[in-house]
Design a binder for this molecule. Structure first.
Ligand SMILES: [Zn+2]
Length: 238
């Protein structure tokens, strides 16, 4: 479970409004949710839903999260990225049994709700209900497109798409991401990510240090990315 940090109520609601779904709710509806909200710090690479039977929904306020399937044979792959524009978590029990976990791709904060409280508030708010339905629709679309992307597109293409998506979610600046997390997200070995990053660095598209990537030639990165970059709808509206 992520490290919880409870502050004064007004600060909690102020933080909650950093998430666009919560920000769009009427003030009285968000205030009614307050006692069920917890602001949590999510560390890069952290598995958020590791405690069985304690499913939670996460509304990122600055963290970037991804549901990742860890298969019994050691393979893993991400299904989508969720930042301050969305909500993640609360997968069907079958998903948990198959190794679906919510991972922090880039560290930051999120608003956490227990399963029961989340669905209770969804039932009480038409606006929240519509937003959650929209998220589910986007998630299903992303899942289907990513199956095709993972099957047909090269690691360079997919890696470039991932870096572009993360770059956009963060609004620019250095990307704090480890090569192990990139490997888990892309479904490849860490050594393959190292080789891919060496290529991007040699072409002067990125600079990278330990757990940090700086995009120095965004147009070149976009040219290298597969067309899925524009299709997946992961880029947050700013
Ligand atoms: Zn693709």
């Amino acid at each position: 479970m992520a490290k919880a940090r409870r502050g004064r109520n007004s600060l909690l609601l102020e933080s909650a409004r950093e998430n666009r779904i919560l920000q769009a709710l009427p003030r009285d509806e968000l205030a009614a949710m307050e006692s069920d909200l917890t602001l949590v710090e999510c560390r890069a690479g952290q598995v958020l839903d590791s405690t069985p039977g304690e499913d939670r929904a996460y509304f990122p306020t600055s963290a970037l999260l991804s549901p990742i399937a860890f298969l019994p044979d050691g393979h893993s792959i991400a299904t989508r990225l969720v930042g301050p524009e969305g909500v993640a978590g609360l997968y069907a029990p079958a998903g948990r049994e198959m190794g679906l976990n919510l991972i922090t791709v880039c560290g930051g904060e999120a608003i956490e709700l227990r399963r029961e409280a989340f669905w209770r508030h969804v039932g009480q708010s038409a606006k929240l209900s519509r937003a959650v339905a929209g998220e589910m629709s986007r998630a299903v679309t992303a899942f289907v497109l990513l199956v095709a992307c993972g099957h047909f597109h090269s690691l360079e293409q997919r890696g470039s798409r991932l870096l572009l998506n993360v770059f956009d979610h963060l609004g620019g600046g250095p990307i704090r991401i480890s090569q192990q997390v990139m490997a888990d997200v892309l479904g490849v070995r860490r050594g393959s990510v190292t080789s891919m990053m060496n290529i991007l660095r040699t072409r002067r598209i990125v600079e990278s240090r330990r757990n940090e990537v700086v995009v120095v030639d965004r147009p070149a990165l976009e040219q290298l990315s597969c067309d899925c970059y524009g299709m997946l709808g992961e880029t947050p509206a700013r």
